[in-house]
Design a protein around this ligand. Structure first.
Ligand SMILES: [Zn+2]
Length: 148
């Protein structure tokens, strides 16, 4: 009775594999985040004192700000991925891992091997992306019309 895994044909071994994969990803992202955070807190660390004496310093600062902005963007993306990974790990605990959140069918193992924190099966992901690109297209068209 306890063996009943409804529909999800994932074996304990496969679950263990994905759990390890997710934990590894989590560790790597956390390390990368830590690294980036340090850079944000100390952005001028690598600038030599000689360089900062040059009159072009003002121009340099603009570039630094751009780098910071880009880093912040990456930080958000990584933080999102971290959240997704955390959710996937929770699902493993609850025995809900590998089930599509949209249609309730098992997500393809091959897909999970590439994106272990995937929430949707391939078909649903394609549906969602098609819907999104349609919306984007609509937005773009509206924007063009607005500009004319
Ligand atoms: Zn689905």
């Amino acid at each position: 009775m306890c063996e009943g895994n409804k529909g999800g044909e994932m074996t304990q071994k496969e679950l263990e594999f994905f759990r390890n994969l997710l934990l590894k990803m989590k560790r790597e992202i956390k390390e990368a985040l830590e690294e980036k955070r340090k850079r944000i807190q100390n952005p001028y660390q690598e600038t030599s004192s000689e360089l900062s004496l040059l009159p072009s310093h003002e121009a340099d600062r603009g570039t630094d700000e751009e780098i910071l902005e880009e880093t912040a963007l990456h930080l958000t993306a990584d933080a999102n991925a971290l959240f997704e990974i955390e959710e996937a790990l929770n699902k493993i605990e609850k025995g809900e891992y590998g089930i599509c959140e949209r249609c309730g069918k098992p997500i393809e193992i091959e897909r999970l091997k590439i994106i272990p924190y995937a929430k949707y099966c391939l078909k649903c992901q394609r549906d969602i992306e098609a819907l999104q690109s349609k919306e984007e297209e609509y937005e773009n068209r509206r924007f063009k019309e607005f500009r004319i």
